[in-house]
Design a protein around this ligand. Structure first.
Ligand code: FUL
Length: 497
């Protein structure tokens, strides 16, 4: 190499290194899309299961329910929206078609729909009514279209696939913006199938042509997150109990996971080495069943149970999709709505008074401020100071320098406080990074561990810890392993009575 070239190379390297020391941390893929970021912000939203099953006391309708059976007398989508709003939810996902094949909207492609029922003398459209109610009450709308259809005679043939895609097209085009589209992975095989009453096997990976369906969702509803067992927008959490893993990565090795994937534990925790951002969604019903059964009026999950699920879902880097089995009148049952609203009030009581707001934070390492961009001096450039953690602003964050993947935050409270909740949030735009951390408090003499009883591994969008009350003026958070420089936007602590 000649001297001139050598000199030039070293100069470029020098410029690059001084620039990198002053810029934002490089993103670590996989990264969330802007739509996925907006979805994470939603945190809790409602599921509604409603259809002929409601009237026939079934969970998986066989596909043979007579249309006259579907007859809600007081159906009011605004009541659903009001309850969900009061329960702090940001949207509603409706079973437009469940496995029994009955359609809650006036589809052009089958008579097995709301048009043949006594509801509004066959002039109803519950998907449309809910879309309207959601618009009015400031909620987002999502739809569930069951791929498995136990009613249609041609289920299992190529014709059904066309039917499924045609129905998808109707739902994607006629009801305004959708925030999520749900493709259920369940398939039991047997069904009514036009009166044949037999078992039909299809290959859940290939039969429905999901790549085509996803493409249409992306084209027609670019903001909609696509749910299925393995994404591509968000994934099933691997249980219907509302629990994400204490370790929960928002990633999957996408090609390995398909509808009907049975390694549930992997869905609960994600794949630490996944190549695609596919965060977990915890679907759980407020009652034992997804559909309404009068005998379950006594079995509505308690406020305490729902609060626990919130910490185990939203508090573990997942979203909570809470199902209301709408009753035979067509309303969310008063017991369900009372528990859901009280649950929300309890969470607000527990987590609204942040005792660390404005607290002093010392970090063992902090990334240099951005002073120059492309060699130009920037006034008031971006800072990564630890004060960003307690400023109540999710857009400012604390970060460590390149090469520093462990750090300690020492937080001083203005006065001794009782604490029993902690919240940590990563700046996930740049990737989910933290692999392990621990929390300590100072009892006036020594540092003692905070015992949450949970594995303190991942953080992600939000991690909430509950622990026995401590009285302290100082907290210490030790990030002991990370996939790269640490980027956290918030640390908060609360005292829940
Ligand atoms: C499952 C379905 O089989 C249940 O009926 C329910 O819809 C639940 C949310 O998903 O796969």
């Amino acid at each position: 190499m000649n001297n001139k070239l050598n000199c030039l190379l070293s100069l470029t390297m020098l410029a690059a290194s001084s620039l990198s020391a002053q810029t934002e941390p490089a993103p670590i893929p996989p990264l969330p899309s802007p739509q996925q970021l907006a979805w994470h912000e939603m945190e809790t939203y409602a599921f509604i299961h409603f259809g002929p099953n409601t009237f026939l006391d079934r969970e998986w309708g066989y596909g043979d329910a007579p249309l006259e059976a579907f007859n809600p007398t007081r159906l009011d989508c605004e009541q659903w929206a009001r309850v969900c709003k009061a329960a702090g939810m940001k949207g509603i996902i409706l079973t437009a078609k469940h496995h029994d094949g009955f359609c809650l909207w006036p589809t052009k492609y089958t008579d097995y729909s709301i048009l043949g029922t006594p509801y509004k003398d066959g002039k109803g459209d519950i998907v449309g009514e809910l879309a309207e109610a959601c618009r009015k009450h400031g909620l987002k709308l999502g739809l569930y279209l069951s791929p498995w259809d136990r009613h249609q005679a041609f289920y299992g043939t190529h014709l059904y696939v066309e039917y499924f895609h045609a129905q998808l097209e109707e739902l994607l085009t006629n009801y305004g913006p959708l925030f999520e589209f749900w493709f259920d992975g369940a398939n039991g095989g047997d069904g009514w199938y036009g009166g044949r009453k037999e078992k039909r096997q299809i290959d859940r990976r290939t039969y429905y042509d999901y790549p085509r369906a996803w493409k249409r969702v992306e084209e027609l509803q670019p903001d909609a997150i696509i749910f299925s067992d393995g994404g591509p927008g968000c994934r099933w959490v691997g249980n219907e109990g509302g629990r994400a893993g204490e370790t929960n990565w928002a990633f999957l090795r996408q090609k390995e996971v398909y509808p009907g994937y049975s390694k549930y534990q992997e869905l609960t925790s994600g794949h630490a080495d996944g190549d695609k951002w596919i965060a977990a969604e915890c679907d759980v019903s407020i009652r034992p069943g997804w559909f309404y059964h009068e005998k379950e009026d006594e079995k509505v999950k308690s406020v305490e149970h729902l609060v626990d699920l919130y910490y185990k879902s939203v508090g573990r880097n997942a979203n909570l999709l809470l199902n209301f089995p709408v009753d035979r009148e067509g309303l969310i049952h008063p017991i369900d709505s009372a528990h859901a609203v009280d649950f929300h009030k309890q969470i607000v009581r527990e987590l609204s008074h942040d005792l660390l707001r404005g607290a002093k934070v010392k970090a063992s390492a902090t990334r240099e401020e951005v002073k120059r961009v492309k060699g130009e001096k920037v006034k008031g450039g971006r800072t990564f100071v630890p004060g960003n953690l307690t400023d109540g602003n999710a857009d400012s964050y604390w970060a460590t320098p390149d090469g520093t993947n462990t750090a300690t935050l020492d937080i001083s409270l203005p006065r001794t406080q009782r604490l029993n909740r902690l919240m940590l949030c990563e700046y996930i735009r740049l990737g989910q990074r933290v692999k392990a951390f621990s929390v300590e408090y100072h009892d006036g003499k020594d540092w003692r561990p905070i015992e949450s009883g949970e594995a303190t591994t991942t953080i992600g969008h939000k991690r909430l810890l509950r622990f026995p009350t401590v009285s302290t003026k100082r907290l210490r958070i030790n990030i002991t392993d990370s996939r790269g420089p640490i980027c956290l936007h918030s640390v908060a602590a609360f005292f829940a009575q």
